[in-house]
Design a protein around this ligand. Structure first.
Ligand code: TRP
Ligand code: SF4
Length: 400
């Protein structure tokens, strides 16, 4: 088997916040210790929804890469690149589009969901319909077998698996595979050839696993077969040819429970975020002005942490002791809300300090970031062009 190769992408459509850190980036940082990782800026994906305002993409791209680096993504361990700088993604997308049934795309749940959710945008475009297929190309071009995604993206991975299977079904045979397989069968000698054919038929017509195993054992014993013929006969047994594209697995990342400043999930669209590297004074101010339990009108009114968004942040940032202090102090009006918020402010700043520090060198010298990306694009392109060579050959496009 191949070693695990992880691939994930993120759209550059605005600045990242602590929800992205807790939901995605922390996970990337852990994975880079264990696996070969490729992380990319999905700028073409951003265009599928932001085609009328492409300017945000350029600015967000560089900010986002700095956010990744700030969060601890390490360019010595992971390959970081920009999708549009590896144009092979587009070539694979185009070639895969030839075999993609429209119905498969129309049935991807995010298609209708997003059209409804973003109803202010006209998303009845060819690019938007095809966006899951672009994602399939992103994954398949690196033969990535593990794709960390949230639950909403799992159908895209399932779709990708179906596309890979369909591709292999159409093109996973060399030209003249059947003839070459028949010729190889003859080389077994008439008695064994007959037995092989019988076992193959039994397996393919009746799904008889024992027949498959016997036929495989028969092939194992044949020492005079060439390597190519052996592979053909093994492939022919199961009906398939060569596997050109491999099916990826979704690596489900737990949904981010990161609460925002108002107690709802942290999200740009709710306007309740703390950005990843937000200025310390701004962070303190945002938390100090957070709403609290509305029952605590005066300092002497007791409160209930369960009704307070600040408590949700304590659950992310505070120790057991501090949480105990909040529970007791709030319910007895022993502490004030400003006092209660201080440990949260401290916790957020402590988490962000190393991020602000790591980001500084990249802000001081933007060529560092440009170089990291240039290196990553070059590595990615090399991997992508290897797959494309196999794909073109399988589809018969390498003719002269
Ligand atoms: N579609 C993903 C999103 O909207 C981003 C993405 C694009 C992606 N290509 C990918 C994620 C490939 C994983 C693998 O969040
Ligand atoms: Fe919320 Fe803390 Fe005030 Fe209680 S004391 S209402 S938990 S901020």
């Amino acid at each position: 088997m191949f070693a695990d190769r992880v691939l994930s992408g993120m759209r550059p459509t605005g600045s990242l916040h602590l929800g992205h850190y807790h939901g995605v980036l922390k996970n990337w940082v852990e994975m880079q210790q264990e696996f070969e990782c490729l992380f990319f800026v999905a700028d073409w994906h951003a265009l599928t929804t932001h085609y009328d305002n492409p300017q945000v993409i350029a600015q967000s791209t560089w900010d986002m890469v700095i956010d990744w680096l700030a969060a601890g993504v390490d360019p010595a361990r992971a390959t970081l690149f920009i999708q549009s700088r590896v144009p092979e993604h587009a070539e694979l997308h185009l070639l895969l589009s030839m075999i993609t049934p429209l119905g498969w795309l129309e049935r991807v749940p995010t298609y209708k969901d997003q059209q409804e959710k973003l109803s202010e945008k006209d998303l009845s475009t060819y690019g938007f319909l095809g966006y899951p297929l672009l994602q399939s190309a992103d994954i398949l071009i690196y033969r990535a077998n593990q794709v960390p995604v949230g639950a909403d993206q799992v159908p895209h991975i399932e779709f990708t698996r179906e596309i890979a299977r369909r591709f292999n079904h159409f093109y996973g045979r060399e030209i003249g595979f059947e003839d070459k397989a028949h010729a190889a069968v003859k080389k077994l000698g008439s008695k064994k050839a007959k037995l092989y054919e019988e076992l193959r038929t039994r397996y393919q017509e009746q799904g008889d696993d024992e027949a498959l195993q016997s036929a495989q054992a028969l092939l194992d014993e044949q020492q005079s077969l060439s390597l190519g013929d052996r592979e053909r006969l093994f492939g022919y047994l199961e009906g398939g040819g060569k596997m050109i594209l491999s099916e990826p697995q979704a690596m489900l990342t737990a949904a981010s429970k990161m609460p925002g400043l108002d107690g709802q999930k942290m999200s740009k669209s709710y306007n309740n975020v703390i950005t990843l590297r937000e200025d310390a004074a701004a962070v303190a101010k945002k938390i100090r002005t957070m709403p609290t339990d509305p029952a605590r009108v005066r300092r002497t009114d007791a409160g209930d942490p369960e009704k307070c968004p600040v408590w949700q942040l304590h659950q992310v940032y505070s120790s057991d002791d501090t949480r105990q202090w909040v529970q007791t102090g709030c319910r007895s009006a022993g502490i004030g809300c400003i006092e209660c918020k201080q440990p949260v402010i401290d916790g957020v700043l402590l988490e962000q300090n190393p991020m602000r520090e790591r980001a500084q060198q990249y802000l001081d010298d933007p060529t560092l970031v440009r170089n990291i990306i240039a290196d990553g694009c070059e590595k990615a392109r090399k991997l992508a062009s290897e797959t494309m060579r196999d794909v073109r050959e399988a589809m018969g496009l390498d003719y002269s």
